[in-house]
Design a binder for this molecule. Structure first.
Ligand SMILES: [Zn+2]
Ligand SMILES: [Zn+2]
Length: 268
């Protein structure tokens, strides 16, 4: 994976182009804030609370430290005893693509059903409630998870890699996908185009708005990657498509448009 290694060097600041990359990101973010680009895409314009943000920072640190310990330990134990192995053989891109798709379809199913299970008492109170402190998620909400829940969700990786021998490049793609998806759905901003929920090719994939509504309304939109199970089981919020349109219309109408009814309505 030459491209992947080059990418890692770029991020780590070991490439001559790294400085330009970081300058580009900083200038881009500043321009985004100043021009109202982000403001126009905020899903819940008045949802941010400093106190929640502070609590999430504390829980995030606890969770990352304990999960690294628990999941790292479990993974090295399974690897040491030969349960987890990765193939280092050269492999065609279509095999990697197939493994990637199978992994995420399996994980999506695993996540959906365990997520619904964690919404039932007493699991909700003891495991999942912590992640729901934010009714308007932000980037830190991604990490603000009970370590038990991290163990349940993260446990899929050792289980799946022990059951199937994946190729190394597939694994190298799965990790970053998990991180980027987690951060995106909790970002509090919607960057996807308006046609996303209408196109047959894309409407099956969840959006930041989809998961944001899970935090706001609790009993809908349980999917982590796709809305397939939510659509099959009738757990997708019925007003999701309508709210999506409202959000996208607001962006088009004006940056300073008044807060639409969706933001004011009480949780249903
Ligand atoms: Zn939940
Ligand atoms: Zn969440």
């Amino acid at each position: 994976m030459r491209i992947w290694e080059a990418f890692q060097e770029l991020i780590a600041g070991q490439n001559p182009l790294s400085l330009f990359l970081y300058l580009f990101v900083i200038v881009g973010l500043t321009a985004g804030v100043l021009s109202g680009f982000f403001k126009a895409r905020k899903i819940q314009p008045s949802g941010f609370r400093w106190k929640t943000f502070r609590n999430e920072a504390i829980f995030g640190v606890i969770n990352v430290a304990s999960s690294a310990f628990l999941l790292g330990g479990l993974t090295s134990l399974l690897t040491a005893y030969g349960f987890i192995t990765f193939s280092k053989e050269p492999v065609g891109w279509w095999v990697i693509a197939a493994e990637y798709v199978i992994y995420f379809l399996a994980f999506d199913t695993y996540f959906y059903w365990l997520h619904r299970w964690m919404h039932i008492e007493p699991m909700y109170k003891y495991i999942h409630k912590l992640h729901h402190f934010s009714t308007s998620p932000n980037l830190l909400t991604t990490l603000s998870v009970n370590p038990l829940e991290s163990l349940i969700n993260g446990g899929f990786v050792p289980l799946f890699t022990a059951a199937l021998v994946l190729h190394e490049p597939t694994m190298a793609l799965i990790g970053p996908t998990n991180i980027i998806m987690g951060l995106y759905v909790h970002s509090g901003y919607e960057f996807l185009p308006r046609w996303w929920n209408k196109s047959w090719a894309t409407k099956w994939f969840i959006t930041a708005t989809f998961h944001d509504q899970h935090h706001k309304y609790f009993n809908f939109n349980f999917g982590g990657y796709t809305s397939i199970w939510d659509k099959l089981c009738g757990t997708q919020r019925s007003k999701y498509d309508a709210d999506w349109e409202t959000l996208k219309t607001r962006r088009k109408a004006s940056v300073a448009a008044p807060v639409p009814a969706m933001e004011k309505s009480a949780a249903s």
